[in-house]
Ligand binder design. Structure first.
Ligand SMILES: Cc1cn([C@H]2C[C@H](O)[C@@H](COP(=O)(O)OP(=O)(O)O[C@H]3O[C@H](C)C(=O)[C@H](O)[C@H]3O)O2)c(=O)[nH]c1=O
Length: 187
């Protein structure tokens, strides 16, 4: 398992080792021991999976506030996405900055999005399936979001707003400015 930092250090790219043979391949997609050896102590309590039929589907930017704030380990079972994490940790020097990376079923790579970040993605292919582990259960009362096209974050998405597929909820998400809920200060 290869673990590297993205431009915001706490967001990590994880590439499990693939064991290929004439049948195909095998890989351990999650290992508590490997994570602990890399200093990642996340305890995941729920697995999520979403299917998006159209390329250019955007889900996000979402997060849950404490005490149900979630870290997420995101991977793609089919297709590919541009995955995005936005730093919302109150007091963080990179507050409001984002990192993004393409993760795909072909590469088998994963993104670890820590607590304190909003998360979203845009599908790059039709029929894309995303699987992710989260470190806290779903709590609608603690679910929050920020507009995917917030001007202060200014994410370089691979789809124009007019062509993107979003839920009504995500279309109505507020801007970052004046976000009422703040996370705990960075560790
Ligand atoms: C997240 C979640 C949702 N739901 C129910 C609530 C709705 O009835 C339905 C669809 O939920 P939503 O539209 O919030 O799903 P996404 O837009 O894919 O949201 C996710 O997309 C972005 C990328 C994320 O990072 C979050 O984990 C998550 O918010 O599933 C549940 O029952 N449990 C859950 O954990």
């Amino acid at each position: 398992m290869r673990i590297t930092d993205l431009d915001i250090t706490d967001v990590k790219m994880i590439v499990p080792k693939k064991f290929g043979d004439a049948r195909g391949y095998f890989c351990e997609t999650y290992s508590k021991q490997d994570f602990a050896e890399a200093g990642i102590e996340e305890v995941f309590v729920q697995d999520n999976q979403s299917f998006s039929a159209s390329h250019g589907t955007v889900r996000g930017l979402h997060f849950q506030v404490p005490p149900f704030a979630q870290s997420k380990l995101v991977r793609v079972l089919r297709g590919s996405i541009l995955d995005v994490a936005v730093d919302l940790r109150h007091g963080s020097p990179s507050y409001g900055d984002y990192v993004s990376a393409v993760i795909s079923a072909r590469e088998g790579n994963q993104i670890l999005v820590p607590i304190g970040f909003a998360h979203g993605f845009c599908t790059l292919e039709p029929d894309t399936e995303v699987f992710y582990k989260v470190s806290a259960p779903y709590s609608p009362a603690h679910d929050r979001g920020v507009s995917w096209i917030d001007k202060d974050i200014a994410i370089d998405w691979p789809v124009k707003p007019a062509d993107a597929v979003l839920s009504a909820k995500d279309l109505a998400l507020p801007p970052l400015a004046g976000l009422p809920d703040r996370f705990m200060p960075p560790q």
